[in-house]
Design a protein around this ligand. Structure first.
Ligand SMILES: [Zn+2]
Length: 201
């Protein structure tokens, strides 16, 4: 049975608006946005590498999710439903990190703590953080600091140039990166024009 129709599905329409919003807020970053439906729901998956933090992206994309799954009650709660924009049941975000950025984060953490972590191919030929922490029960605790660093750092300057963990200033425009300037981030997010986004659908 065909489900094709002239109108896009709400989740496809939401994915299109998300692509548009992300392109305006972060024009230098490539996002992969996919929508999908299945028995019992629909979702949008967003993938990108380096660039903004998950929080920065979800500040833009959260409005496209109807609500959230309540594990305690085992039901989906429509706590964020809106009439003015198309929505999906779930908007998943996945931020990956390039080898260059991960290597810079390892170097940054090593400098900060006097550690000796390395980022190199492991026995399976995949890049991995090695020389990690204490062995035994505490195995791997130092690399957790690298992952925390990667998670929390925005890797673009307010103008959109790529930066590396440990950069105090943007290498391209010299913008001060510490502390992360939330005010400017909010300005660029506020610059997304929701009205015209809806009208150009
Ligand atoms: Zn810059």
């Amino acid at each position: 049975m065909s489900t094709r129709s002239a109108e896009p599905t709400p989740w496809a329409a939401a994915a299109k608006m998300i692509r548009h919003d992300l392109k305006r807020a972060f024009p230098t970053v490539t996002f992969k946005v996919r929508s999908d439906s299945y028995s019992g729901g629909c979702s949008i998956d967003i993938h990108w590498t380096d660039g903004p933090t998950t929080d920065q992206v979800e500040r833009l994309t959260g409005r496209y999710q109807h609500g959230r799954f309540d594990g305690m009650q085992d039901l989906y709660e429509y706590s964020n439903s809106r009439k003015d924009i198309p929505q999906a049941d779930y908007v998943h975000t996945t931020r990956n990190h390039s080898d260059a950025v991960t290597a810079a984060a390892v170097a940054f953490v090593n400098r900060a703590w006097g550690w000796n972590l390395a980022y190199e191919p492991n026995q399976y030929g995949r890049m991995a953080i090695t020389n990690d922490g204490l062995r035994g029960n505490c195995s791997g605790w130092q690399s957790q600091d690298v992952y925390r660093t990667l998670y929390s750092l925005s890797l673009i300057c307010p103008i959109g140039h790529a930066t590396l963990p440990g950069d105090a200033y943007c290498p391209d425009c010299g913008h001060d990166l510490h502390p992360i300037d939330d005010e400017e981030t909010n300005v660029s997010l506020a610059a997304v024009d929701w009205e015209s986004t809806v009208n150009t659908m």
